[in-house]
Design a binder for this molecule. Structure first.
Ligand code: G3I
Length: 562
């Protein structure tokens, strides 16, 4: 009996120590990743491995992929540590971030002291990128391609890759070249530029922004900017960081917080004051909420996760305690603050994020249109068909019929009741917390034809009169009547036909419309257009178009004619 009581008490104690909802689950409901920089030397420490696996859905080598460690001699690569991290990440469903290909630190002696000229340096770097990125292609989802290339005054840092001797390219040319080589080595990986002291708006972040804008304008492969966030309790203002993240994401770039820690003064045993731990917690919570304001802020990663293992004490004498778990792997106030922000920060939606479910046209919607809202920063972590618990999309305060949702993507039918207005205020609400409202322009009809692969382009969703899908194997026959499936037809008349007049063409030839209205058996908002294929329609894959009240469906939809 007594033994059983002890067993129960022990279990209770254990379950108290384990947070109810790990950060990775909370982050998944926000559509982002929560990560940590890791070192494989600690995997054998059970609480390290357990905490890492339980709490994080992203991992990144703190050192193991840096040039000096992974490529220690000219013809030698050492994959042991990086492979161990990749294996751990794969075993625990964690996305793997790569760090870093081009950096001035942690370069091996053979390279630093090799006396190579720019031509050789370029060949060495290209080969290094090809080898390392190639090995982890399909496993590393995002690379810090170039790390810390700018000085705080916005000039480029003198480094072996830039000018001592450099790879022979001026200005940001070497950064561009490294991005291009990385894209060639793994076209599927996201490519980041990563730096510190560039979180808020300042001279350094201005220079990074200017580079990013130039790269985006010229089509240089850059997908995101990493903001390191190695902080003390005195951080850049939230407004300044928000402005910087906004201008970067306005370029269409992702932003990831890559190396967050908040170092505190500690006593000889590494203990920080309660006041400083509270100040630290506020920063962790604020930074988490800040990221959740941006659909394109896609990860929050800390530089380590336990105060037991952190770069801080050996780099800043008298400082430590910078992370979200203490040295005994207990969650700190910083952890609770992150969790609280994940659980309460309002979802955010962007203007222009509501699209036609068939065409993805984003400029306006129409009454009764089946639409997809992309990018809302809260929702079910995995896709759910309606009813979706806790989720509402409101148009001028009227809840819309939901079709499905997961975080970042929700499909709804725009209420027919918005007819006659020029715009509607859209709001997204999850677990009782409302988003910002955005104005969405309304038009009488915004027709979009559904396509077979759901891309909005190519073969349309078209049946013949025997309800067989039109395809190369079953081309449309002249004289037959086709059923074209669409949405965005606007208001319906009392007989469930579209209120506005409908016309259709195949290969530019007018097709008589026999019916255009609600699609029997499908959700309200799905439109069916029955059209006859006239004798004059040309053979082969032909453009298919419908027009409702003069508004045409998207270009690029086709139908195969016999
Ligand atoms: O592996 C050797 C070990 O064999 C040797 O006994 C020991 C003695 O000093 O050194 C070990 O190497 C250390 C390495 O970390 C692994 O622990 C290096 O001395 C030490 O300089 C190195 O520090 C790393 C630092 O980058 C190098 O600049 C830190 O761990 C790492 O956290 C830090 O990470 C950087 C990011 O990559 C970029 N942003 C800033 C961030 C913090 O500085």
């Amino acid at each position: 009996m007594r033994r059983e009581v002890f067993a129960v008490l022990a279990l209770l104690a254990l379950s108290c120590a384990v947070p109810a909802q790990p950060l990775r689950d909370l982050a998944a409901a926000r559509g982002i990743r929560v990560g940590a920089a890791v070192a494989p030397g600690y995997f054998s420490e059970q609480p390290y491995a357990d905490t890492l696996a339980r709490e994080f859905n992203q991992a990144q080598p703190e050192n193991a992929m840096k040039f000096g460690l992974i490529h220690p001699a000219r013809d030698t690569y050492n994959w042991t540590d990086a492979d161990a991290i990749a294996a751990f990440a794969a075993a625990h469903g964690q996305a793997l971030r790569g760090h870093t290909l081009v950096w001035h630190n942690q370069v091996p002696a053979w390279l630093a002291n090799g006396g190579f000229d720019s031509t050789r340096m370029a060949a060495i770097l290209q080969d290094h990128i090809r080898t390392v990125v190639g090995r982890y292609a399909g496993r590393v989802y995002a690379w810090d391609v170039v790390n810390e290339a700018f000085n705080n005054d916005g000039t480029l840092r003198g480094t072996l890759w830039y000018d001592t001797p450099g790879i022979g390219l001026s200005g940001t040319g070497y950064i561009e070249q490294a991005l291009r080589w990385t894209r060639d080595a793994d076209p599927g990986a996201k490519l980041f530029y990563n730096d510190y002291s560039a979180e808020g708006s300042n001279t350094k972040s201005d220079a990074i922004y200017a580079m990013a804008r130039d790269f985006k304008a010229r089509g240089v492969p850059l997908d995101g900017i990493g903001l390191q966030m190695h902080f003390t309790t005195s951080t850049p203002s939230l407004a300044s960081m928000e402005a910087n993240i906004r201008r970067l994401t306005d370029l269409g770039l992702e932003v990831q917080i890559t190396e967050l820690d908040v170092r505190l003064p500690v006593d000889a045993s590494g203990v920080a004051s309660a006041a400083n731990l509270a100040a630290q917690a506020k920063i962790y919570g604020d930074v988490t909420a800040l990221c959740l304001k941006f659909p394109l802020c896609t990860a929050i990663q800390t530089w380590g996760f336990t105060d037991r293992h952190s770069w801080i004490p050996s780099s800043f004498a008298g400082y430590g305690a910078g992370l979200e778990f203490d040295a005994s792997y207990q969650p700190k106030p910083a952890y609770d603050a992150m969790a609280a922000s994940f659980k309460t920060a309002p979802p955010v939606i962007a203007a222009g994020a509501l699209t036609n479910a068939a065409s993805y046209a984003a400029d306006a919607v129409s009454p009764g249109e089946i639409a997809v809202l992309f990018g809302a920063t809260w929702g079910p972590a995995s896709l759910q068909l309606a009813p979706v618990s806790g989720l509402r999309l409101l148009f001028d305060g009227t809840p819309a019929t939901l079709i499905y949702a997961r975080v970042g993507q929700a499909s709804v039918v725009v209420p027919f009741s918005v007819a006659g207005r020029s715009s509607t205020q859209l709001q997204y609400e999850y677990n009782g917390v409302a988003s910002n409202a955005v104005a969405v322009p309304l038009r009488a009809a915004v027709p979009g034809i559904f396509t077979l692969d759901s891309s909005g382009h190519g073969p349309g969703a078209v049946l013949d009169s025997a309800y067989r899908v039109i395809s190369r194997d079953n081309p449309a026959r002249r004289g037959d009547v086709l059923q074209v499936f669409a949405t965005g037809g606007g208001a319906l008349a009392a007989d469930s036909k579209l209120a506005a007049p409908v016309s259709a063409t195949i290969g530019g030839v007018d097709c008589p419309v026999q019916y255009a209205g609600a699609a029997p058996g499908l959700i309200a908002g799905a439109v069916q257009v029955n059209l006859a294929v006239p004798a004059g329609v040309p053979s082969g894959e032909q453009p298919l178009s419908i027009a409702v009240g003069g508004a045409a469906s998207q270009p690029g939809v086709t139908v195969v004619v016999q």
